[in-house]
Write a protein that binds this ligand. Structure first.
Ligand code: XBP
Ligand code: MG
Length: 267
């Protein structure tokens, strides 16, 4: 039985990467006096690394002009990252990073039908606190039973830590919840925690392979047809049907002893 929905943030609740974090990183490079710049395609490549701090370290590994000393490198990454998050908050204030289609509607429908909501994100807590008032209003904290961020879960996605912490705080088992994600790392983290995962493709992962997802769609306002249920968009009934079918398949695979990769679900 579906009891809770766990939301990823970046790319799932809002398209924050290309015009948010990426722009903020570039402004931080300028402010820190660094001749670095992340264009749209390069940032898409760097997004394979979850976590802005880890992404900076991975980038420095590629740069001849990065400090050779690992301690100096880490200190530099921390100061760039803090500066970046300051610029991200300013960008959020300027507007333009609104919720993705269907997000507000589905959140209201879930709350109205007793589905508990939570957040499992790799992003820094400060970014959630900057973004969420603009997505959900000043009372956003009332919407989510648990909000687990980078500071709570230092091992970033695809590590399942963030999902396991949310399950613990909700007091729920992995069989009772559904994750909403946009990236392969997010899908892998949810699946490693035993959680069924619905994918809403974000810009940077429009063509990614999401084998193992319970459902893949372009966004939450896309039609759903699953187990005899058809719906004009992803609503609570669709979530329940997607979750139930995935649990049946998961238990079926467990009985056969196989973990064979599933075919990606059609839109
Ligand atoms: C996506 C990430 C984050 C953001 C940047 O998080 O990987 O690192 O790109 O945020 P999500 P930070 O799990 O919400 O998709 O710089 O704070 O890490
Ligand atoms: Mg994401």
């Amino acid at each position: 039985m579906l009891e809770a929905l766990i939301w990823d943030v970046d790319g799932t609740l809002a398209e924050t990467e290309r015009d948010g974090h990426r722009v903020a990183f570039n402004r931080a490079f300028v402010e820190c006096g660094l001749p670095w710049h992340w264009g749209v395609p390069e940032y898409g490549r760097l997004l394979r690394v979850a976590g802005g701090f880890e992404r900076l370290l991975a980038y420095m590994d590629e740069r001849q002009d990065a400090p050779p000393d690992p301690v100096v490198r880490e200190r530099l990454a921390r100061s760039i990252h803090a500066c970046k998050n300051h610029h991200f908050a300013l960008l959020v204030e300027q507007g333009g990073l609104g919720p993705r289609p269907g997000v507000r509607r589905l959140i209201e429908q879930c709350l109205g039908q007793g589905i508990v909501l939570a957040v499992a994100t790799t992003t820094s807590r400060g970014n959630v606190e900057a973004l969420f008032p603009h997505l959900f209003g000043a009372q956003w904290r009332d919407l989510f039973r648990a909000v687990v961020c980078a500071e709570d879960a230092p091992r970033k996605k695809p590590d399942p830590l963030v999902y396991n912490l949310v399950l613990e705080r909700l007091g729920r088992t992995c069989a009772e919840v559904l994750a909403m994600e946009d990236s392969p790392a997010g899908l892998a983290a949810a699946r490693a925690a035993g959680v069924a995962c619905l994918i809403t493709r974000s810009r940077y992962f429009a063509a990614a392979d999401f084998a193992g997802a319970a459902w893949v769609c372009s966004d939450l306002d896309a039609p759903v047809s699953v187990s005899g249920l058809t719906s004009a968009r992803v609503d609570v009934a669709a979530l329940r049907a997607i979750h139930a079918r995935h649990r049946e398949r998961d238990s079926g695979r467990a009985k056969e002893g196989g973990q064979g990769p599933e075919k990606e679900r059609p839109r």
